[in-house]
Design a protein around this ligand. Structure first.
Ligand SMILES: NC(=O)C1=CN([C@@H]2O[C@H](COP(=O)(O)OP(=O)(O)OC[C@H]3O[C@@H](n4cnc5c(N)ncnc54)[C@H](O)[C@@H]3O)[C@@H](O)[C@H]2O)C=CC1
Ligand SMILES: CC(=O)C(=O)O
Ligand SMILES: [Mg+2]
Length: 371
């Protein structure tokens, strides 16, 4: 199969969808891999390493996209990339469509087959192609929050661990999944006082057991959120309803109940964000202040630690990439009921119910598409 790996063009996105190691695996199976010149540089993978792995380099972006049957990316396609996509091509990347109507409609118009990393499931539960980046983003959320609490960033001037004689800061994490647990681990490690809110009691039980009293857990209700808003120096938004737009859990008027200079880090921003006042920011300008509260809402947090993230992402994606390349998208999805929910758009139609619902579109059963 003809496979293309473009250089990512989102603001400060340095990850790449395939490492030279991954390229070698595909080439060894008889596939033709073309990598855009410079695509791996930001993650520390020079062009020469791809050539040594048997891939070819392409400097002309239009030619790269045009020649491909399968396009591997990291971030959702930007408008100029959507323009390049066409019927007959398969796109495999993060899409987060429920947060982006224009992108959804653009992909429908392209006629291409679009498979999202973040909606693929597994027999063990969870979202195996989201999890590695959620681990990165969860850990980074505490670094970002700690930095945002500094005065120069508009923060209250609070040090997360405190010092002897001064109590630690209070951190609340809303959503105790992969992002939430990784954020909590980091915050605990720094000595903060940490509470996790979740709607899932079984999940809270697991966390309670695992952290043996060092981590407080609370069932996520309006009252629990009110309390968190009043008491927290840092709130991390880490909820997910798979494939759907994030629920808005803190409204603008509630910011008045927070201490001035407190910080909201909205990791769920890639699904639209879980705070009413969240709007996506970039690594170039990650924060802004609303009503005295610092907001950090970067939608591609792992892009900032591209080396770690690229290796973690491609460890998870490679088996799926190999299945797509070896069997073609239709057979690969038909053979694997956990891969099938990755299909979000095919030939002008939405095939993921939560995305269709978000925009009042009709949803087609993916199983009927791969028959
Ligand atoms: N901004 C970025 O760069 C990145 C963002 N993300 C995003 O972070 C979000 C979280 O991802 P994961 O932790 O992997 O998901 P997950 O599925 O592991 O965890 C989500 C948790 O949220 C809980 N939840 C759902 N509704 C809730 C509510 N109303 N109140 C409290 N808890 C609720 C669920 O029970 C679940 O435990 C996703 O939107 C994901 O796309 C992930 C990686 C990078
Ligand atoms: C999950 C996601 O959106 C990211 O890693 O950028
Ligand atoms: Mg996004």
């Amino acid at each position: 199969m003809k496979i293309a790996v473009p250089k990512e063009i989102k603001n400060h996105e340095y990850r790449v969808a395939l490492t030279p190691t991954g390229a070698r695996e595909l080439v060894n199976r008889g596939h033709r891999v073309r990598v855009q010149a410079g695509a791996g540089e930001g993650a520390g993978f020079p062009d020469a390493d791809y050539e040594a792995a048997g891939a070819s380099l392409e400097a002309d972006v239009a030619a790269l996209w045009d020649s491909a049957e399968l396009i591997l990316k990291v971030k959702e396609p930007q408008p100029e990339e959507v323009e390049r996509l066409r019927k007959g091509q398969t796109l495999f990347t993060y899409l987060h469509l429920a947060a982006e109507e224009a992108l959804t409609r653009g992909l429908m118009k392209s006629g291409a087959t679009c498979i999202a990393y973040e909606t693929i499931t597994s027999a063990q539960g969870g979202l195996p192609l989201l999890a590695p980046m959620s681990a990165v983003a969860g850990r980074m959320a505490v670094q970002a929050g700690a930095h945002s609490l500094e005065k120069a960033q508009g923060g209250a001037g609070v040090l997360l661990p405190g010092v002897p004689g001064v109590p630690p800061a209070r951190v609340t994490v809303i959503g105790g999944g992969v992002v939430g647990e990784n954020a909590a681990r980091m915050a605990l490690g720094l000595g903060a006082e940490v509470t996790i809110l979740d709607k899932s009691l079984p999940r809270l039980e697991v966390l309670d057991h695992r952290y043996q009293g060092r981590l407080k857990t609370a069932y996520s209700t309006a009252d629990a959120l009110d309390e968190a808003i009043r008491d927290s120096d840092l709130i991390i938004g880490a909820v997910l309803v798979p494939g759907a737009a994030a629920p808005k859990l803190i409204r603008r008027e509630q910011l008045a109940d927070m201490r001035p200079g407190s910080v909201l880090v909205d990791v769920a921003i890639d699904q639209g964000g879980c705070f009413e006042t969240s709007k996506a920011t970039t690594h170039a300008e990650p924060t802004y202040v609303v009503d005295g509260i610092v907001h950090y809402c970067v939608a591609n947090m792992p892009g900032a630690v591209a080396r770690t993230s690229t290796q973690a992402l491609t460890n998870a994606t490679l088996p799926f990439v190999m299945a797509l390349a070896d069997k073609g998208w239709r057979q690969a999805l038909a053979d694997d009921p956990y891969f099938l929910p990755g299909l979000n758009v095919h030939d002008g139609q939405v095939t993921y119910p939560a995305v269709a619902e978000a925009f009042g579109l009709e949803s087609v059963d993916p199983a009927s598409v791969v028959k």
